[in-house]
Design a protein around this ligand. Structure first.
Ligand code: CO
Length: 178
């Protein structure tokens, strides 16, 4: 399992609702945590590893020794939003890219956990931001879509070079497979 990098078109797909939680599902979630810790992230959505279902994982301290901080949110739904806040964000599909993004300050979220129980989360600060960022991934939306004009101008050349690198990488892969 590896993280898809921008501009992989699979990052733009809308993920399907999870219908069943079984042992294969749990194994995939476990692999997502391995990738999350390896790449030093705090959150990851299934579409980022090419898995087009509505599941996201979090460990806000990215600490493998704190499994109690691990959260798995299945079919998450934001039911209430309040206020706005701007802060810096990054994304594992955009290594090294950070910029200011406006998000809802606090949210109330309904989701299912790995046991299949419905959970309600009231989140603000980093948790609220991380959840909104990952839910965007489930809808094929990326944080660059939420950049202000000023931020977009600042990151444009970085995005262009990522697009060039991706095209080159893809071409190489094709010639290897021939
Ligand atoms: Co992301």
């Amino acid at each position: 399992m590896e993280i898809l990098k921008y501009p992989d078109p699979r990052l733009r797909r809308r993920a399907a609702p999870v219908k069943d939680i079984n042992s294969a599902f749990e194994e995939k979630v476990r692999q997502m945590f391995e990738v999350l810790y390896k790449d030093r992230g705090i959150g990851l959505a299934a579409p980022q590893v090419g898995w087009s279902e509505r599941v996201l994982i979090l460990n806000l301290e990215c600490d493998i020794d704190k499994p109690e901080l691990e959260r798995v949110l299945i079919n998450p739904r934001i039911v209430r939003r309040e206020g706005k806040r701007v802060a810096e964000e990054g994304c594992l599909s955009f290594p090294g890219l950070y910029f200011q993004v406006e998000r809802d300050a606090s949210i109330e979220l309904h989701a299912y956990d790995l046991a299949g129980d419905e959970i309600v989360i009231e989140a603000d600060n980093l948790l609220s931001r991380a959840i909104q960022h990952e839910i965007d991934h489930l809808d094929g939306m990326l944080f660059i879509d939420r950049a202000s004009l000023v931020e977009k101008a600042k990151i444009r050349s970085r995005l262009k070079s990522m697009e060039r690198a991706w095209a080159k990488h893809k071409k190489k892969k094709q010639s290897v497979g021939r």
